[in-house]
Ligand binder design. Structure first.
Ligand code: TEU
Ligand code: CA
Length: 532
């Protein structure tokens, strides 16, 4: 792993909701260009851009109809090159979203593929005959219903793990693998620095298995792509891999593997949901939350690099799930210290640095996300509308997809037109308001990131959990002779600082103004120390 990859601090931009430059209600690349000074001031050094390729928008761009262009609503390829150049001038690298498990059904490859069984593109996708008159296996699609769609014209089913407008590519076809390597090289040759790899552990499939997730050729296909494209360009790749163990993650990201640079772990984000169902809320076990983070730190200690994440465009706001609405500033900043005090690469999702919480959706008509809308209709059999709305408000992906609130102006300064989705603006939580307030989550994020930049023990030191009981957490990072300690109160009450913080420890950062090295921790207090 290269040094800059270890020291990356990534900011995820969801282009549709970041900044609209031309008043059509949709964020765009020129809007992002106008906010580069903001990104720089925050202290990030890498941007991950969610898909901005041409797409019919069935899944907000995760259904791509042309891999080598920019969607007209986001701008042009020239705008993209300008964005890339200006980010680089400002010392910021750019990761694109690589969505190659599936394409849109409107991609030219699928348009050909569905023409006939002997079309040259037929085997770009996964077509199967019925088995006993029904679907080839029992797999379910993530957005509801079976993962197989019947095609009248050619009398076969095609596989789609997501919506039926997202047919899965056939990675067992070597021609497909070469097409993808060529496309990846197209972007890397342009100067892009790497990729976030969408549902990448699904690319190899064993159709006889009970589900999809870690197919027989996964390592082989990734290694091939690494050799053909990632490695020659020194690209940073981050896998989106749900449900893997630390051991499986090491098998994908270990230094000698030649596959991915690193991979997300989301295990802590499954807490507070009944049986992992994103629409059913239950209390979060905070001790378990910390134990999971610690498990991954330790599991990836020798041959991997942790990815530190608590929000993205698929997740409701962390403050609404793991924080405390009675202590929004304290709990949002404590969560940031708890997570980003650890060894690894921080990922920050747009608006997280403002301490945003979930907006309120008043009816189904305010939602745009295919997953939420489909789930609502499916769950309508079991629940009333009155019961369903709070469930959707809790779990919907649209919680994090409402536009970035820049100011108190109309639509939070996101657009001068009509936004594609509601703008839920809390006047106290806009970029403009937080910039003016020294005690804002935004200022705290800037300080925390500045501290990580200057303190390599904090960002790279080996992790050890010292204490995690009754809402009080203490862990240390060690790098050579240096040591940092992170103490957090993950509860709305005071408690003694756990043993292990020496009196002469230097306090580097705290989310309470009058913090004192050894005093008891107050509600959601967080402190970072250096021990000499
Ligand atoms: O998400 C994959 C994924 O498994 C989930 O996080 C997904 O959001 C859904 O909740 C499954 O129930 C990735 C992208 O991040 C997501 O936005 C896309 O919709 C999906 O892949 C398909 O490309
Ligand atoms: Ca626009």
């Amino acid at each position: 792993m290269l040094d800059w990859q270890k020291d990356a601090v990534v900011y995820q931009i969801y282009p549709k909701s970041f900044c609209d430059s031309n008043g059509d209600g949709i964020g765009d690349l020129r809007g992002i260009i106008s906010k580069i000074p903001y990104l720089k001031a925050l202290g990030i050094n890498t941007v991950w851009l969610s898909p901005c390729y041409p797409s019919p928008g069935d899944d907000n761009g995760y259904d791509i109809s042309d891999y080598c262009d920019i969607a007209p609503e986001y701008g042009t390829l020239d705008d993209f090159k300008e964005l890339l150049g200006k980010l680089h001038e400002n010392g910021i690298r750019l990761l694109m979203d690589l969505v190659v498990n599936h394409t849109s059904d409107e991609h030219a490859w699928f348009q050909e593929s569905r023409q006939s069984r002997d079309n040259p593109y037929r085997d770009y996708y996964i077509w199967r005959d019925p088995v006993d008159g029904h679907e080839p296996n029992g797999w379910q699609a993530a957005f509801g219903g079976p993962a197989w769609e019947w095609d009248e014209k050619t009398q076969q089913y095609y596989l789609h793990l997501f919506s039926k407008k997202q047919p899965d590519l056939n990675w067992d076809n070597p021609v497909v693998r070469q097409e993808i390597a060529d496309m990846v090289n197209f972007w890397l040759d342009m100067g892009v620095d790497g990729f976030r790899c969408d549902v990448i552990n699904n690319i190899s499939k064993d159709l006889s298995a009970p589900g999809c997730g870690y197919g027989p050729h996964l390592h082989e296909y990734l290694h091939e792509l690494y050799e053909r494209a990632f490695q020659p360009h020194g690209a940073l790749t981050v896998g989106e891999t749900w449900g893997l163990t630390p051991q499986q993650t090491l098998a994908l990201t270990g230094e000698a593997r030649g596959e991915l640079t690193m991979s997300f772990q989301f295990e802590h984000l499954l807490l507070g949901r009944v049986g992992g169902d994103k629409f059913r809320r239950c209390p979060v076990d905070r001790t378990e939350f910390v134990n999971i983070l610690a498990k991954w730190e330790v599991g990836l200690k020798d041959d991997g690099y942790p990815v530190l994440v608590m929000e993205n465009h698929d997740q409701p706001r962390a403050l609404s799930r793991f924080g405390d609405s009675a202590y929004p500033y304290e709990s949002a900043t404590m969560l940031a210290v708890l997570l980003y005090g650890m060894r690894g690469v921080p990922f920050i999702y747009q608006g997280q640095e403002l301490g945003l919480s979930n907006p309120v959706f008043r009816s189904l008509s305010e939602y745009r996300d295919i997953e939420t809308i489909n789930a609502y209709h499916e769950m309508r059999a079991e629940f009333t509308e009155e019961e369903l709305l709070p469930m959707m408000n809790f779990g919907s992906r649209d919680n994090s997809r409402v536009p970035m609130p820049w100011s108190e102006e109309a639509n939070g300064g996101f657009t001068s037109g009509t936004s594609w989705i509601q703008c839920a603006v809390d006047p106290a939580r806009t970029v403009a308001a937080e910039e003016k307030d020294p005690r804002s989550v935004l200022h705290f994020y800037r300080r925390l990131l500045a501290l990580r930049r200057e303190n390599d023990c904090l960002r790279r030191g080996e992790f050890a959990l010292l204490h995690n009981e009754d809402g009080t957490v203490l862990y240390q990072n060690t790098l050579g002779a240096r040591k940092t300690l992170v103490a957090c109160r993950f509860a709305d009450s005071e408690a003694a600082l756990p043993d292990g913080v020496p009196e002469n420890a230097a306090l580097l950062l705290s989310n309470y103004e009058d913090a004192d090295t050894t005093a008891a921790l107050r509600s959601y207090e967080a402190r970072i120390f250096e021990v000499c």
